[in-house]
Design a protein. Structure first.
Length: 371
């Protein structure tokens, strides 16, 4: 995980590390250091009793030579760490193929009992034969391949040409309290509008906020009583701001920035949008379901396994203006169903989500070691 200081793909190892340390296990945590962005997490890990091993971050290198030197230091530090005696090593990948990069691949000969966690995928990625072989060796050697979406297994077959074994579909932990009953359904906001929200990185190549904005720029949508609140930060914030302005939607669509209170955001929302190009199983969807909010999702990753059309929300078949518009017209015509769809979403979350979460995965790891 070196693309940003912190992300949803780190919640699993982070929560499990704290839990295991609190249960009396000796826990080492190794991750890239950042000047800013991880202070809260580092403090919580240390306070729980974890030992931190901070890797020098190639992102901080001033030039190419410094980056090469930093990567060499990372390789050396990782090799030293994995040679220590550990009952189990959990390698958390933000993507699908992280361990096959030279900076990490050298760990494999020194690892004994380890699990690999995969958080994302790209089915169109082309791999050279040598990298496919490296990937196959890693996956075969792992005690368990923990995929954040069933769809990842299909992607491995497509990208790397082998069928992954020892699979467990990981359900990532939500970052808000698990509710025991559906959250109250909100009234219209002070402007008399329904509130729609989208939560995620402002990166249109993955999250497609631009296509949603362009769809909502049609005249028919401008005169209906809705607002879209876009939460998140990222490289495309200026582009999206300009697009909202150029589309004449300044009074309908609002960039809200990052929020530290996702529960409050969802509490005041009527619908969550997650119509994206690439996603495995985003936390925003499971968190919205926990809050009893219907979701409009794309046919991406495992989202359609959690959100079935007109049951827990709506599924957009293609991330394109026409397809989104057709779905939104159905959504708008069924306003009286939204609250019930949210309750359905809550019930589905209750059925699928492991509870209590940390003990469930502690027992899962213990079972691996016994086998």
């Amino acid at each position: 995980m070196n693309g940003a200081p912190w992300g949803g793909s780190e919640e699993f190892w982070y929560k499990m590390a704290i839990w295991m340390a609190q249960q009396g296990y000796k826990v080492d945590c190794c991750f890239f250091d950042w000047p800013q962005g991880k202070e809260e997490q580092k403090g919580a890990l240390t306070e729980s009793g974890c030992t931190l091993h901070l890797l020098p971050n190639p992102k901080s290198a001033g030039n190419y030579v410094q980056k090469l030197i930093t990567k060499a230091r990372v390789k050396k530090q990782l090799k030293t760490l994995v040679q220590k005696e550990h009952e189990l090593v959990c390698i958390n990948q933000g993507g699908l193929l992280d361990v096959t990069y030279p900076m990490y691949n050298g760990m494999l000969p020194y690892l004994k009992n380890f699990v690999l966690v995969y958080h994302n995928y790209n089915e169109t990625q082309l791999l050279p034969v040598a990298r496919k072989r490296r990937f196959n060796k890693w996956a075969d050697a792992a005690l368990q391949n923990m995929v954040a979406a069933e769809k990842i297994c299909d992607a491995v077959q497509e990208v790397a040409g082998f069928k992954m074994q020892n699979i467990h579909v990981l359900i990532n932990p939500i970052t808000i309290p698990v509710l025991q009953k559906p959250a109250a359904w909100p009234t219209l906001n002070e402007n008399g509008n329904y509130v729609w929200v989208t939560i995620g990185q402002l990166e249109v190549g993955r999250k497609a906020q631009d296509i949603l904005i362009v769809t909502l720029a049609a005249d028919k949508w401008k005169f209906r009583n809705w607002e879209l609140h876009i939460y998140g930060s990222g490289p495309d914030v200026e582009f999206l701001s300009d697009l909202i302005h150029d589309s004449g939607l300044q009074n309908k669509i609002f960039l809200k920035g990052h929020s530290n209170n996702v529960a409050r955001v969802l509490e005041s929302a009527h619908i969550l949008f997650q119509v994206t190009h690439f996603d495995a199983m985003p936390l925003s969807v499971t968190e919205a379901m926990n809050m009893a909010r219907p979701c409009i999702v794309s046919n991406t990753g495992d989202m359609p396994l959690w959100i079935r059309d007109e049951e827990q929300g709506y599924v957009v078949q293609a991330v394109a203006e026409n397809s989104i518009d057709i779905t939104l017209e159905r959504v708008w015509a069924q306003q009286e169903k939204w609250q019930q769809l949210g309750i359905n979403a809550f019930n589905t979350f209750q059925q699928k989500y492991p509870m209590p979460y940390e003990p469930y995965y502690q027992n899962f790891f213990a079972g691996l070691m016994q086998d």
